[in-house]
Design a protein. Structure first.
Length: 366
């Protein structure tokens, strides 16, 4: 299904785009969106550092994620927090943003803009102490991007909390998962990934709850990050490289019924998961919900000026004073009967032939 492109024009549009993309309103978070000239790329949300002295490590972690988008040359960010600024500072987490600016600059990525968001209002992040230009957060509900997302069936949850069913927590299930893990470790990594791919694809295509034995195998596969990434890329049913699917850089439309079914399977899988194996399943459960939100394609931001300008005719200088000299030279040649020189070139056989007259193209795309 093809969606019309969205246009982000102001901070209200950007904040609502973040909320609908994530599926919830962030709290104590830094959200970064990569940009490729005039197009939006990947969206990253990460918890803000809770301790002092971790700014460099935090910035390096964020930079490593953002540079995975190879086409990114800039970012915009939104900092969600209710933390009060330190004395003399206009905004909190100044050292964190400064460290991130340096890390991204080393990779050739610039921060184009930033928004400071609290529970009640938002304002530009880069302001001076004492400036009060906060806008009520409720005004973002009337943005055009928010209206378009709601029309497409999207909504923003107040938090990212997930309600899960009760787990059975039977020891025989944990023992079976450990046995499958030993089998995976003793085998070839490529074979294990392929076997997990076949098992997971069968579950997605049959649209029926799998047996307990297959579920326990799936739990074991999810304990290995490289296999888990492969299974995540299998969800949309798109035949493109896994890294493109995971970062929503695809050109094909996903299978939405397949995605809806994939969102139910982790919930069923969790009922047979022991506590020591639950973390990957819980993470995957949340990621499945986020993958479903990729149905809303990243909207391109319109350029502020044309990327190309029409070409001028041949031999006509761009600078005004050079153009005047050019016209005076032509008038002098006509006045004294000096013939205009003929431009020639050599063909493949070495003979001289007149060069074909060049006609300028006024198509900016050429």
């Amino acid at each position: 299904m093809t969606m019309n492109a969205l246009t982000i024009k102001d901070p209200a549009d950007l904040l609502r785009f973040i909320g609908h993309t994530l599926g919830f309103w962030p709290q104590e978070s830094l959200v970064c969106i990569t940009l490729d000239k005039d197009k939006v790329g990947a969206t990253l949300r990460i918890d803000l550092p809770k301790q002092q002295g971790l700014e460099i490590h935090f910035a390096q972690t964020v930079g490593a994620y953002l540079t995975s988008d190879e086409r990114a040359n800039g970012i915009v960010f939104a900092l969600y927090t209710n933390e009060q600024p330190k004395p003399g500072e206009a905004r909190p987490h100044r050292s964190t943003i400064a460290a991130l600016t340096g890390v991204l600059a080393h990779e050739g990525i610039t921060i184009r803009d930033g928004i400071y968001v609290t529970n009640t209002n938002y304002s530009p992040y880069d302001t001076h102490p004492g400036e009060n230009i906060a806008i009520p957060l409720t005004t973002t509900e009337y943005s055009r991007v928010n209206a378009e997302f709601i029309y497409r069936g999207s909504s923003i949850a107040p938090t990212n909390q997930v309600t899960l069913p009760a787990a059975t927590d039977q020891r025989e299930h944990a023992t079976a998962v450990e046995h499958h893990k030993e089998t995976i470790l003793n085998g070839h990594p490529a074979s294990a990934t392929q076997d997990a791919h076949q098992l997971w694809t069968t579950m997605l295509e049959t649209k029926d709850y799998p047996t307990d034995q297959d579920v326990l195998k799936l739990i074991a596969y999810y304990q290995f990050p490289h296999i888990r990434d492969r299974l995540m890329a299998d969800i949309p049913g798109i035949n493109e490289p896994p890294e493109h699917i995971l970062f929503a850089q695809t050109t094909q439309a996903p299978d939405w019924s397949r995605i809806e079914w994939a969102k139910q399977l982790p919930t069923h899988t969790y009922t047979l998961t022991a506590p020591e194996h639950a973390a990957p399943i819980l993470t995957t459960h949340r990621l499945h919900q986020l993958v479903g939100r990729q149905r809303i394609q990243s909207p391109p931001i319109p350029p502020t000026r044309p990327r190309h300008r029409p070409r001028l005719p041949l031999r006509t200088p761009h600078r005004p004073h050079a153009r005047r000299r050019h016209h005076r030279r032509l008038e002098h040649q006509q006045e004294h009967g000096i013939p205009k020189p003929t431009r020639v070139s050599l063909n493949r056989r070495g003979s001289i032939q007149p060069r074909r007259e060049w006609k300028p193209s006024m198509d900016p795309s050429n």
